[in-house]
Structure formats: structure tokens, C-alpha cells
Design a protein around this ligand. Structure first.
Ligand code: TYM
Length: 328
């Protein structure tokens, strides 16, 4: 039987090149090899305030983007998290097997709760909902970027704890990270993650952005005063980030790239990176606009995905209820 890979993305605005490389791109690679599940993490999105109308638009847009990026609906189960009532129930059962201390130590929680003192309890319990997503579908592998690795590790701990306490119900999942693309950084401040919510949008590339603007952002990416195209994340984070992007999109190794550009200057290298990024994103955009308004096609995919998602997680839920001793 094929192993299962699963991932989700939040529909909070247009996804970035970082999301593409760290998450969707990996799923596209693995769809040949694994039984693949990819979903819209819309319940995760409401841990912070969202405009309902915009949230709905973002959900639809993200589904079309998955397909435009090369997620093949024949090889993937594609669904929307909130359409499955079992996942939040499973999340509660897992919450009662997760310690407050574990959740309050999560790096993302610490960062976000420091920035906004008036946060909801959903921000704290968010990693348990993520564990429910993963464990309810028996996922073996979870392709993510570096910022989500800690959450997948927590899902492992919760699964192991539950299996030991009650009964071996859960597959213990593993995060998969792509060497070169685990963390694509901001083009203006390459010590920070490239993030949708970054204040300075000059450092962020979005998949539905104007192609000329994308080129300009890459050409004006922060680098250093040397002129050597060498990978050194600590001392040359800007150029190393561009090497990571180039490597992820061309599948060339860092060594090959250093060799290819050993006689180039930064301007030359940046323009090659821009060519590859623009080429990748222009193809995604072309497919995106073809798919976006094909409601019938999108609904058919989502209905099938929902059915399978509910079928698998219902079984897990019922097993959990039984071994915990709930119900009649
Ligand atoms: P989200 O929506 O913040 O990000 C989606 C995916 O993109 C990756 N990512 C990056 N990778 C490389 N470089 C970057 N700059 C970058 N920025 C984001 C993230 O690591 C992630 O893989 N909680 C998750 C969604 C989720 C999920 C799950 C994922 C909910 N349930 C179950 C996996 C399995 C999130 O907020 O990702």
C-alpha cells in the first residue's frame, strides 16, 4: 500500500513563493509516489480576525491555485477543512491529551501572542487542530516549510501519547522538509521568513502578482557588498536565499549553481533568478485564470475530496470515542 502524504495551507490572502516552494511544490513532487491529500486550512485562518466575504474568496482562489500549481486531482484528494465536522471533534479529544505547557512553548504561538496581546484561545490550540488534520487521515508524511516543523513534531508526540495511553490508533507522522526550500526568506530582510503578512511587501513575492513587479522585487533584493555567488546563509543570507529559490525551481544543486555562476556578478545572477521565477509564476497564472471560474469542475473535485476526507476521519473518530470510553 502507498504511504500517505498530507498538507494544508491557510486561505489568508494570495500565497507566496515561500508557500509554493515549501509546501505545494513538494506535494506536486510527491503526488507520483504517495497517496496525497491537500486541503484548505480555513479553520486555522480564523485564529485571527477575518472578513467573511474575503475569506470565502480566498478559499476559492486557493483551490484554483493548488490546481494551477500542478496538484493533479486524479492523484490527490483535495478538500476544505471546515466541511468535515469530525476534525474539530477529533481536535477536542486530542486537546484533552495535550498539555498547556507544550502549547505555550510553541515558537509560533510565542511570537504571535507577543505581537497581539488580545489573542484568542484558538491561537494557542491551533497546533492541536493541525494534529487532528494529520492524524485523522493516517498521514505518514507531512511536507511543510521550516516554520511548521515544530507543529508536526507535536502531532507526533500527541499520537505516540494517545497510542500508548489507549490503543494504537494513530500513524505517527513525519515532517518532510526540502533542503533548499525549507525557509524562503524576505527579499528585503533575508533574515526573516517570506510571509504574506510582512509589512514591507517589496520583500514578498505573491503568486498572482504582476510579473514585472516580481522581476523588479528580485532585481532589488538585498544582497551583500561582496560579489561572490556562494551559499552562506549566516554571512550572505540575501544571496543564499536567491540560490535557494533558484535551486528549488530548477532542481539544480547548490554546488551546481555556485559553479554555473562563478564568473557572474550579482546583477547577472539576479536576472537569471528573475527569469526562472517569472517563467514558473507566469505558467501558474495562466492556468489559474482558466480554472478559477469553472465552478462545476472545482465543485466536483471538492465534493469527491470531502466524501473521502469524512469517510476516513469518521472511522478514526469512532475508534477514538470507543477507546476513550465516551458515549453509550
Ligand atoms: P501556512 O498557511 O502558514 O503555510 C503553508 C505552508 O507554506 C510553508 N511556508 C514556507 N515555506 C518556505 N518558506 C517560507 N517563507 C514559507 N512560508 C510558509 C509553511 O511551512 C506551510 O507548510 N498550520 C499550517 C497549515 C496547516 C497544516 C495542517 C499543514 C493546517 N493543518 C496539517 C500541514 C499539515 C499553516 O498555517 O501553514
Amino acid at each position: 500500500m502507498k504511504k500517505i502524504s498530507l498538507t494544508g495551507l491557510q486561505p489568508t490572502g494570495i500565497i507566496t513563493l515561500g508557500n509554493y516552494i515549501g509546501s505545494i511544490g513538494q506535494m506536486v513532487e510527491y503526488q507520483e509516489k504517495y497517496d496525497s491529500y491537500i486541503f484548505i486550512a480555513d479553520m486555522h485562518a480564523i485564529t485571527i480576525n477575518q472578513d467573511p466575504k474575503i475569506l470565502k474568496e480566498n478559499i476559492k482562489s486557493l483551490i484554483a491555485l493548488y490546481l494551477a500549481c500542478g496538484i493533479d486531482p486524479e492523484k490527490n484528494t483535495i478538500y476544505i477543512q471546515s466541511e468535515n465536522p469530525y476534525v474539530a471533534n477529533i481536535s477536542w479529544l486530542l486537546e484533552c491529551n495535550t498539555y498547556y505547557g507544550e502549547l505555550s512553548r510553541m515558537t509560533q504561538f510565542k511570537d504571535k501572542s507577543l505581537k497581539n496581546k488580545n489573542f484568542t484561545s484558538g491561537l494557542l490550540t491551533y497546533p492541536v487542530l493541525m494534529a487532528a488534520d494529520i492524524l485523522s487521515m493516517n498521514a505518514d508524511y507531512v511536507p511543510v516549510g521550516l516554520d511548521q516543523k515544530q507543529h508536526v513534531e507535536l502531532a507526533r508526540d500527541i499520537a505516540e501519547r494517545f497510542n500508548k495511553k489507549y490503543k494504537k490508533i494513530f500513524v505517527v507522522p513525519e515532517p518532510i522538509l526540502k533542503d533548499s526550500g525549507t525557509k524562503i526568506t524576505d527579499l528585503q530582510d533575508p533574515t526573516k521568513k517570506m510571509s504574506k503578512s510582512s509589512e514591507n511587501q517589496k520583500g514578498v513575492i505573491k503568486l498572482l502578482e504582476d510579473l514585472n513587479i516580481i522581476r523588479k522585487k528580485i532585481m532589488s533584493a538585498t544582497t551583500d557588498s561582496e560579489m561572490r555567488i556562494v551559499y552562506d546563509m549566516e554571512n550572505k543570507p540575501g544571496i543564499s536565499n536567491l540560490i535557494n529559490i533558484y535551486s528549488s525551481l530548477t532542481k539544480k544543486s547548490i554546488k551546481e549553481i555556485e559553479e554555473e555562476f562563478k564568473d557572474s556578478n550579482y546583477g547577472n545572477f539576479k536576472s537569471k533568478v528573475a527569469d526562472v521565477v517569472v517563467d514558473t509564476i507566469s505558467k501558474i497564472q495562466e492556468r489559474y485564470y482558466e480554472i478559477l471560474n469553472n465552478e462545476e469542475y472545482l465543485n466536483k473535485i471538492l465534493d469527491e475530496g470531502k466524501k473521502k476526507n469524512i469517510e476516513v476521519s469518521k472511522k478514526i473518530y469512532e475508534e477514538m470515542i470507543e477507546c476513550i470510553g465516551l458515549g453509550r
